[in-house]
Design a protein around this ligand. Structure first.
Ligand code: NAP
Ligand code: SF4
Length: 684
């Protein structure tokens, strides 16, 4: 079926305009052209060889994409405050040239840019770390040196010096990072501050450090420089600030000369997810609204705001004056431009998976984006056409095939995309069913892109080797994906046995007692899907289950978590003895495990499977036979590649490129599939 014949793929703009979002705003000495700010995000671009060229290309693309103001990733004001040994610090004039390349590129593209000053304090991952006190962070094995009073005063001066250097490098201002548990938070919270000098003890003393940083910075840079402060709207840790203390800080910051308050949520050591996919969109609106009600300067909302509709709504409701989008600008550099032009349906939406941004950073890699693998590689994969247009056949319209087909089209090639099913998406259609996972947005994006392209989409069409061989293609790409693996267990054909794809597609509904074979990524996905309590997914349910007081009254804004009740009794199993869930992403795995534990989901390791019969699943564990009397056994035991077509083409002497799960099924996920597709398309 050719694309034009498929009316289900027609795309309508989601909303024609966003009047509040595109109203200019005066912030301190400067006017922002709209209310969309690209928020600060670590990228690790500063660690690569051609750092300033890569960063300039990265930020300039976002400036061309309509962000009114860009805030860089954090730069430390001194060596002690660097996040890691090779992280950026702006502490000497000899570093200005690299920054100048970035500020010039952003200004040429029409945006303003601020440098974020971030002193990591006890979160620093190098041995020279310092803190308000010598209390180590639970997420860092190193013990900080407690700054002496004289060292605190020097550090304040270094913030001011860093801001002056930023101005010399062409930045329009600075954002002082005062949230997420970094040094400034470590001074303000009792949890991390046991000092006995004028920077510790009473609230007034604990707030002295950030206020002196702001005053020293303002005195140094004068009134023409924008000063933003990222305030911790909610600490989400025991011993953190309560709402009243936070508001007191907000008012004092305004009086000290801050032009705009950006709102941060949760320290990095908090045991509450703050930006991952399980956090409902705009979950932190109340904390932001509280700050807005306390000050007259503009206040910026952050975290889990990923559509222009939601951003407009937050402005309409008076929650904030402007929005900060960080990951959404990784996912789509032209977020703001598309929204302004009424093309919101074409926005490649950040799905809050963290798989290529935060999880890459945790593995000391440069950040990128699952749905936009070009992110942070703009100069390596420049936009533009290939030297020679080719005819390309792509078989399979799952994540890998879609990414390859659309990128190849953008590069000027004539692309035919074959899909055996009646719709695009492949495994994305299953992943979108997992609570909180927003792959439906990714599919909407690809539908929009296909609708505007001249890619010939043949749905419901299983491409044959003969057809591909006779099609006159310059290149054939096989993105045929994977098939669920059925392990060789006696009774695997029993009616109690269901495959994960049948379950997630809703084709089969398991009973109340379920065993899940396989505790990898998909096993956890299925457990989340089957255990979601009734009424889940709302902001209120999320805050209650994670123990967050929406009024922020308790220390850190915490309350007792509410017990969740799974509608099913579920046990997950794996043969390995290693801790289950090891393969889950570093930034989300802990939250998934906590959530499932709260719902009473058991995970058994070191099992062997004996048989499945009318009684249930028989296993051997610690040398003993056990019967799990379950209604259904859901198989999540990995996948095998689908490659029959590859062999058939090879028999005809036609070389075809394999990508995604068809190339390597082990550890295949949407991230690798999309990256494979993009990279191959650039090779044509
Ligand atoms: P996976 O993570 O490799 O897990 C496969 C599971 O099946 C393992 O628990 C394995 O444990 C078990 N298994 C393998 N062969 C088996 C056999 N013959 N008999 C019984 N059990 C068997 O693969 P996946 O769950 O299919 O996920 C695919 C990829 O997507 C992975 O890379 C995964 O990380 C990723 N993914 C990630 C997420 C996430 O991060 N949230 C979500 C979904 C998918 P034993 O061998 O110990 O039994
Ligand atoms: Fe958003 Fe995921 Fe991309 Fe990170 S990797 S920017 S969370 S879509």
């Amino acid at each position: 079926m050719a694309f034009a014949a498929d009316s289900s793929l027609s795309v309508k703009p989601l909303m024609p305009s966003y009047p509040r979002l595109f109203q200019p705003l005066q912030v301190g000495p400067l006017t922002l052209r709209n209310r969309i700010v690209m928020g600060s995000m670590h990228t690790r671009l500063e660690t690569v060889a051609d750092a300033s060229a890569r960063a300039a290309a990265f930020y300039a693309e976002r400036a061309r994409g309509g962000a009114a103001l860009i805030i860089t990733g954090g730069y430390s004001p001194d060596a002690a405050g660097r996040l890691e040994a090779d992280a950026g610090a702006l502490d000497h004039p000899d570093k200005l040239a690299g920054h100048r390349a970035v500020t010039d590129a952003v200004h040429a593209a029409g945006s303003l840019i601020c440098l974020q000053i971030l002193h990591a304090g006890r979160y620093a991952r190098h041995d020279g770390l310092v803190g308000a006190s010598d209390i180590p962070a639970p997420i860092n094995r190193r013990k900080p040196h407690a700054l002496s009073t004289a060292e605190v005063e020097q550090t304040i001066e270094r913030y001011a010096e860093c801001a002056a250097l930023a101005r010399a490098a062409g930045y329009d201002g600075v954002e002082i990072m005062g949230s997420e548990g970094y040094l400034i938070s470590q001074f303000t919270a009792l949890r991390t501050n046991n000092r006995s000098d004028r920077y510790g003890g009473s609230l007034e003393n604990r707030l002295r450090f950030p206020l002196e940083v702001v005053r020293a910075t303002r005195a140094r840079v004068g009134p023409d420089c924008l000063i933003l402060f990222r305030i911790s709207a909610l600490d989400l840790v025991e011993g953190g600030a309560n709402a009243e203390e936070t508001l007191q800080l907000a008012r004092a910051l305004e009086a000290a000369g801050v032009d705009l308050l950006d709102t941060g949520i949760g320290w990095h050591e908090a045991r509450v997810p703050t930006i991952a996919y399980m956090v409902p969109r705009a979950a932190w609106r109340d904390a932001t609204a509280r700050i807005k009600s306390a000050v007259a300067i503009p206040v910026m909302a952050t975290n889990r705001i990923n559509t222009p509709e939601l951003a407009e709504e937050l402005l309409r409701q008076g929650v904030a004056d402007l929005v900060s989008l960080a990951r959404p600008f990784l996912a789509d550099a032209a977020f703001a431009l598309k929204a302004e032009q009424g093309r919101a349906g074409e926005i490649n939406t950040c799905i809050a998976c963290n798989q290529a941004c935060l999880d890459f950073l945790f593995r000391d890699k440069v950040a990128s984006c699952l749905v936009n693998p070009r992110a942070c590689q703009e100069s390596l994969y420049p936009a533009g056409k290939a030297q020679r247009a080719k005819r390309i056949a792509v078989v399979g319209a799952g994540a890998a095939g879609l990414s390859c087909a659309i990128t190849a089209f953008e590069r000027g090639h004539a692309v035919t995309l074959y899909e055996a099913q009646d719709d695009i998406g492949g495994q994305l259609n299953l992943a979108k069913e997992v609570p909180g996972k927003e792959f439906a947005e990714t599919l909407r994006y690809f539908r929009a892109r296909l609708a505007q392209s001249s890619v010939l989409l043949k749905l419901g069409h299983r491409a044959s080797a003969d057809q591909l061989a006779g099609g006159g293609y310059d290149a054939v790409v096989l993105a045929c994906g994977v098939a669920a693996r059925l392990p060789d267990i006696p009774g695997i054909g029993h009616p109690k046995v269901l495959r994960y794809d049948e379950v997630l597609a809703g084709a089969k509904v398991p009973g109340e007692r379920v065993a899940i074979i396989g505790a990898g990524g998909i096993g956890f996905d299925v457990a989340e899907y089957l255990s979601e309590p009734a009424g889940g997914g709302t902001i209120a349910a999320f805050l209650a289950s994670w123990g967050v007081d929406p009024r922020g009254m308790g220390a850190g804004g915490l309350a007792a978590p509410m017990q969740e009740k799974s509608p099913r009794s579920i046990v997950m199993l794996q043969r390995k003895s290693t801790p289950p869930g090891k393969t889950l992403g570093a930034s989300t795995g802990w939250a998934i495990r906590m959530e499932l534990a709260r719902r009473g989901i058991a995970v058994l390791s070191g099992v062997s499977y004996q048989r499945i019969d009318d009684a249930g699943l028989h296993i051997l564990r610690e040398g003993k036979s056990e019967l799990l009397a379950v209604d259904h056994v859901v198989i999540c035991a990995g996948q095998d590649p689908v490659r029959a077509l590859h062999a058939e083409l090879a028999a005809r002497g036609i070389a075809a490129a394999l990508i995604g799960g068809a190339e390597r099924a082990e550890e295949i996920d949407a991230r690798r599939a999309m990256e494979d597709g993009m990279k191959l398309a650039y090779s044509f």
